[in-house]
Design a protein around this ligand. Structure first.
Ligand code: IMP
Length: 194
C-alpha cells in the first residue's frame, strides 16, 4: 500500500480531496498526522510556486510523497485579482466573509463579472515533481447565495448553472470545480504511479 501526505490542515479541503482520491492502493495521510510539520508561508507569487513549496516541504520532513494544492479566484475585470492572494484579499487575518465582502464592494460598479477559479496541484516524490491544473469559469454574483462550501462559494456561479457553488452539494461541486478537475488529472496520474 502506497502512502501519500496531503499538505493541508484545512478540514474542508482534506475531506474534499479524500473523496476525490479514494483509490484502493493508496493510503492518504494529511499534515495533521505529522505534528512536527510547521506552517508553510504561502508567499510565492504564483499558485504553482506555493503548491510546489508546500509539497516539497512536507515531502522533505515526512520522507513520503506529498501532494499540495493552491487555488486562486481570478476576476477578469480586476486583472486576475485576487488570484494568488485570494486567502488574504481583505488582510492577513481576513475571514472568508471579509474576503467576500471586499470583492463584492470592489465590483459594485462593474458589469463584466467573468471570473475563474484556478487550482494548481503539485505532487512531489523522492525523484521528481509534477504539476496538474484545473480551471472552472463562471460569474461573480451581486449577492451571496447559499450556505454550503467555503471561501468565495456563495458568490461564484459556474458557467452553465444558475446556482452558486454554495447552493450545490459537494458531489456536484467536485464534478465541475477547479479542484475537482485538477485532482482528476492528479488521480489519473496516481493510478499509474501507485
Ligand atoms: P487554497 O489555496 O485552497 O487555500 O485557496 C485560497 C483561497 O481561495 C481560500 O482561502 C478561499 O478563500 C479560496 N478558495 C479556494 N478554493 C475555493 C473553493 O472551492 N471555493 C471558494 N473559495 C475557494
Amino acid at each position: 500500500m502506497n502512502e501519500i501526505v496531503l499538505a493541508s490542515r484545512n478540514p474542508n479541503k482534506i475531506q474534499e480531496l479524500r473523496e476525490l482520491l479514494s483509490l484502493p492502493d493508496l493510503r492518504v495521510l494529511s499534515t495533521t498526522d505529522f505534528p512536527e510539520l510547521e506552517e508553510v508561508d504561502e508567499d510565492a507569487l504564483t499558485l504553482e510556486g506555493n503548491a510546489l513549496k508546500k509539497a516539497h516541504y512536507v515531502a522533505m520532513v515526512t520522507g513520503l510523497p506529498s501532494l499540495a494544492d493552491d487555488t486562486g479566484l481570478e476576476v477578469t475585470a480586476l486583472n486576475g485579482a485576487p488570484g494568488v492572494f485570494s486567502a488574504r484579499y481583505a488582510g492577513e487575518q481576513a475571514s472568508y466573509d471579509d474576503n467576500v465582502e471586499k470583492l463584492l464592494s470592489q465590483m459594485e460598479d462593474i458589469e463584466q463579472r467573468n471570473a475563474q477559479f484556478r487550482t494548481v496541484v503539485a505532487f512531489v516524490d523522492a525523484d521528481k515533481q509534477w504539476i496538474f491544473e484545473g480551471v472552472c469559469t463562471g460569474q461573480i454574483s451581486r449577492y451571496r447565495k447559499g450556505v454550503k462550501g467555503f471561501g468565495y462559494d456563495p458568490i461564484f456561479v459556474p458557467d452553465g448553472f444558475e446556482q452558486s457553488f454554495a447552493e450545490m452539494g459537494s458531489e456536484q461541486k467536485n464534478s465541475i470545480s477547479h479542484r475537482g478537475l485538477a485532482m482528476k488529472e492528479a488521480v489519473a496520474f496516481l493510478q499509474k504511479w501507485a
